[in-house]
Design a protein around this ligand. Structure first.
Ligand SMILES: Cc1cc2nc3c(=O)[nH]c(=O)nc-3n(C[C@H](O)[C@H](O)[C@H](O)COP(=O)(O)O)c2cc1C
Length: 355
């Protein structure tokens, strides 16, 4: 079933979600997009590729500091890599100085970025040693200066990622969203927690709904969306134009396909087969090895196997064996052996997980 009525350009949803108009972001027309959230140390090129293959509409790269002097580090050099396999190149920048942010945006646009996303969503202070990221929400005047400077600096769309406010007592998400729209921001993603809450406590979606009601640009809802049912519930509650998924995609990138199927067709997606899960895992780990090289590749691979193994009964066994391997070849051998030896077990698991 096509989710779009060609004549009206509106979506018709099997769950009775209200029709929404597809919207444009640069050259891309988006219909209830499901985005991979930017996550430092996670949303690298290999993971973005996997998520795109598994149904993510867009993937946002890990945040890049606006201070170009920091781009020479190995870590940031890799974050600057471009590849078409990640989909439209959305570069997230984090900083506190309007002219630095504008310059970083301009340079990234020159290097092929299709969208610049501004980080006011995560506690970037740790990285930048100064109040940036969500801490900026405490200072609406500075927010406005940054947004205006960046929007004026580039002729590609600029988007904003933010939280519901600075703290529970000062939930100024609606004010910041209005400022953003006024400055020419083209889409806002909102994590339903304040900066003060960090990742603790329940996400609240009322403020996201209030933001959606207050502005005319597309709003993407984010925070604790971990199943197709939750995705539907959040869309209903917020009226958002799309969703953003972060931690729930770790070790389960096919969640994008599951959510898409449920939202668009009203039923559950075919579960990934035993070999699909195992091959996906192997391909992902090989891509990490190729991207980061031996030393860092081995470390990053451990992190992802830790997540993948949680979804697999007997995964503990795989994990403990894998964590002891300290070179790329050993890690790949372990995965190949696991694939051979546990294929029948994986088949049962896949069937159970996706009933
Ligand atoms: C490990 C990790 C790294 C993150 N890095 C960023 C980042 O670079 N930029 C950003 O705006 N948000 C960052 N976030 C926040 C996520 O994008 C997202 O808003 C948050 O995890 C809530 O979504 P979720 O509940 O679906 O995970 C990060 C979150 C995590 C867990």
């Amino acid at each position: 079933m096509s989710a779009t009525d060609q004549a009206s350009g509106h979506l018709h949803n099997p769950h009775g979600l209200p029709d929404i108009k597809p919207f444009r972001l640069g050259k891309h027309v988006l219909e209830r997009p499901i985005l991979l959230a930017p996550m430092v140390g996670v949303s690298d090129v290999p993971f973005r590729e996997v998520c795109l293959q598994q149904g993510a509409t867009l993937t946002i790269a890990e945040m890049l500091p606006a201070d170009t002097a920091m781009w020479k580090s190995e870590k940031n050099r890799l974050r600057l890599r471009r590849t078409a396999a990640c989909g439209p190149e959305i570069v997230q920048i984090a900083g506190f100085d309007p002219s630095m942010m504008a310059e970083a945006a301009r340079l990234n646009a020159d290097m092929g970025a299709e969208v610049i996303d501004i980080n006011m969503g995560c506690p970037a202070k740790k990285v930048l040693k100064k109040a940036a990221g969500s801490a900026l929400m405490r200072d609406p005047e500075l927010v406005e200066q940054i947004l205006r400077a960046v929007v004026q600096a580039v002729d590609i769309p600029v988007t904003l990622k933010m939280r519901t406010g600075w703290c529970r007592a000062q939930k100024n998400g609606v004010d910041i969203a209005r400022i953003a729209e006024d400055c020419g921001i083209r889409m806002i993603s909102v994590h339903g927690r304040t900066r003060e809450c960090r990742f603790v406590g329940e996400v609240e979606y009322d403020t996201i709904a209030a933001i959606k009601q207050s502005i005319g640009i597309p709003v993407i809802a984010n925070g604790d969306i971990d199943s197709p049912e939750k995705a539907l519930q959040v869309l209903r509650h917020t009226g958002a134009d799309g969703l953003m998924i972060g931690r729930a995609a770790q070790g389960k990138p096919w969640i994008f396909r599951e959510i898409r199927q449920y939202l668009e067709h009203g039923d559950h997606a075919r579960p990934p087969s035993a070999s699909e899960i195992s091959i996906l895992m192997q391909d992902h780990i090989c891509a990490l090895h190729a991207f980061y090289g031996d030393f860092r590749g081995t470390l990053f691979a451990r992190k992802h196997i830790d997540w993948y193994s949680k979804a697999l009964p007997g995964g503990e066994l795989l994990k403990s064996e894998f964590m002891q391997a300290d070179c790329v070849t050993d890690q790949q051998d372990i995965l190949q052996n696991w694939h051979r030896e546990h294929l029948s077990l994986l088949t049962v698991v896949a069937a159970q997980t996706h009933q």
